[in-house]
Write a protein that binds this ligand. Sequence first.
Ligand SMILES: [Zn+2]
Length: 306
Amino acid sequence: MRRAAFWFLNDPVKRIVQIVSLLAVTALVFGATTALAGSPKHHCASIGPANGGALKWGKQLRGSPRIEVREGLNWGTPELVNAIERATDVVHAKHGTAYRIYVGDLSRRRGGKLKRHKSHQTGRDADIGYWLKQKHSPGYFRKATSKTLDVPRTWTFIQALIEHGAQLIFIDYRLQAPLYRYARKQGFKKHQLEPIFQYPHGRKKRQGIVRHVRGHADHIHVRVRASQSVAHGKAYLRKHPNAIAAQPVRYKVRRGDNLTRIARKFKVTIKKLRRWNKMPRKSKKRNRLRRGQTLIVGYKRPKLPV
Ligand SMILES: [Zn+2]
């Protein structure tokens, strides 16, 4: 072997071939590593429902001359990050440069529970400040009224968000009115606006992408479909069923109920019922239940978003 190698190196033609092929292999390996480092290895996975799920391999929304981000909780699916950035670009392109839009919380890096939010757990939700007529220093949300709202920019923004996969947009009902009227003036027919606005059917009507939810007078809440990331989330969950926490199943105590009966009804042990509901083990009142009291009677994995 040794001899053969020696002979091989001594042959000038073969030596050149050897050096060239060595260089080629090095270049290939180097190229592959750089490519891997430059692009994410995994596709983002949006796992479980927005109010009880998780996020993996999400993307961070970065600040730009057009977007001001709050530090920290700005991870989302690429679909969400893209929708915010593109919709902002559309507003600038159509209405001229405006001040930076202020974006609040998206999700945590790995998703999951977030303080002050019910959803925002899977990288599909974001809170965004309103476009206002008057330039103001951002840094926080400002309450918008029908007088201060920049209606044309907001309407353009809503349309662009929907075009980029928004499936729910929470906007205070009082702000929906001027937006709706403006859209009508722009030539949109009633039937075209039906699938978009809850207005004018009342703030309780479950219709339209734009809906009233309390607490949305100073910011828009947007949720995107993120079909690709959700599909990856479903695949991920099949492999890792424990990726998201099971949610408690609750039951309201009725007249005549007792622990034994409830335990039998939900096919669980009394011991478990006591533990889940933090009931005292050594007390005279240990078995007492109040009518109308809510008990945790089990834990169930949440349904996946459609
Ligand atoms: Zn929100």
